[in-house]
Design a protein around this ligand. Structure first.
Ligand SMILES: Cc1ncc(C[n+]2csc(CCOP(=O)(O)OP(=O)(O)O)c2C)c(N)n1
Length: 372
């Protein structure tokens, strides 16, 4: 049965009683730099949206330990079915900020060629990150389906389904957990309980005592961890991965964390998040918590911390400049990667559209507003 108290490892003084991370200084700093880079990427995207350069972004601040702790326990050969609030996963595994920025601008270098919303990344290399789905919870059965396919083909891949607390109210969550349990599919369910689903607090999301406990109904172990403690998340995902790789089936991990910003750039959390709650979680900043370990163990000092932050900002700024300067996809690309043989009625519609643009010019760009 899932413990009610979230498991945490890092103490306020930066000690980790009874836990041996077993990581080299380089590995510890890779985790740290990825968290810092995630925050920088998030910050720049919000500024780009506020200044009308991109249409939309999803704040990630406060969730970095959950994202990076999880990613650090998985191999890039595993398959990621992420939520839209998972910037840290591709960044940890070496996706360049500019590749993500290309999607934010929907330019010609975007892997989806501008056909997706901003924040809807997809990558094949260096990480297998399946295109983010906007409809809540749909990635959960997708991950189980893929895991089941790998299992049947005898391929040694593991699938991660990452989703929010709101995602547990989707029908996909229940059918996915049910059959993952039946099949003992090699999948990890990472529930990011970040306090709210847009403006809906977790108290209105479920009558269960936790999200982790929901695994029990499906015969799946559920664990609850402090999502702002990068070691607690990493340890839980490592254990779940070991279980899944041994053919013992899935694990549901609830990471208790907090969204330190709006749901999206179209949201104003001050309308519904109590100020005291924001202040409480600001004091539990996941980057700050991890720094206490790194300082204590001598892997980080003030000079190195400043340098890592400056490097992250410079990389993200350069990525934004490059993505902004890249042309949008040409109109003709609306057909590429979709059909091997374009059906005649689509071809006719396309030719009419191309003809119209040739005669009247393209549509004017939007003003940066986005309805979600
Ligand atoms: C099926 C469906 N219903 C509603 C929405 C609108 N919507 C977008 S995000 C969201 C909240 C999701 O909350 P949660 O799963 O907790 O993830 P979080 O945003 O907190 O990371 C909702 C209701 C949607 N995208 N899809």
């Amino acid at each position: 049965m899932a413990s009610r108290t979230p498991v945490s490892i890092i103490e306020p003084d930066g000690t980790t009683p009874g836990y041996d991370h077993g990581l080299s200084s380089g590995e510890l700093l890779r985790i740290y730099s990825s968290m810092v880079l995630t925050r920088a990427f998030d910050d720049v995207c919000i500024k780009l949206q506020r200044s009308g350069r991109i249409g939309f972004s999803i704040p990630n601040k406060g969730i970095e330990a959950t994202q990076v702790g999880c990613a650090s326990a998985l191999s890039p050969d595993d398959w990621f079915f992420p939520s839209y609030r998972d910037f840290g996963m591709p960044l940890y595994h070496g996706v360049e900020p500019v590749e993500m920025m290309n999607n934010m601008f929907g330019n010609a270098q975007d892997s989806a060629r501008g056909r997706q919303m901003p924040v809807h990344f997809s990558f094949v290399d260096p990480i297998r990150l399946v295109s983010i789905s906007s409809p809540i919870g749909t990635q959960i059965p997708q991950a189980v389906g893929a895991a089941r396919a790998f299992q049947m083909r005898g391929e040694d891949h593991l699938c991660l389904a990452s989703f929010g607390d709101g995602g547990t109210s989707s029908s996909g969550f229940h059918s996915a957990l049910n059959f993952a349990g039946v099949w003992k599919a090699p999948v990890i369910f990472l529930c990011q309980n970040n306090g709210y689903a847009i403006s809906c607090p977790t108290s209105s999301q479920t009558a269960s005592e936790s999200f982790g406990i929901k695994g029990e109904a499906y015969g799946i172990p559920g664990v609850i961890v402090d999502g702002n403690d990068v070691f607690a998340v990493r340890q839980a995902v490592e254990q779940a991965a070991t279980r899944a790789r041994a053919g013992l089936g899935p694990t549901l991990i609830e990471c208790v964390t907090f969204r330190m910003g709006g749901h999206s750039t179209s949201d104003d959390p001050s309308r519904y998040v109590p100020k005291e709650l924001m202040e409480y979680w600001a004091g539990r900043d996941p980057i700050m918590i991890y720094e206490s370990v790194l300082f204590r163990e001598g892997h980080l000092d003030e000079a190195r911390k400043t340098q890592i932050a400056a490097e992250a900002e410079a990389r993200v700024d350069a990525a934004a400049k490059q993505a902004a300067a890249t042309d949008p996809p040409s109109l003709e690309t609306i057909f590429s990667d979709v059909y091997e043989d374009i059906p005649q009625h689509i071809r006719t519609q396309g030719e009419a559209a191309f003809d119209l643009v040739a005669r009247k010019g393209g549509a004017a760009g939007g003003g940066g507003e986005f309805p979600l």
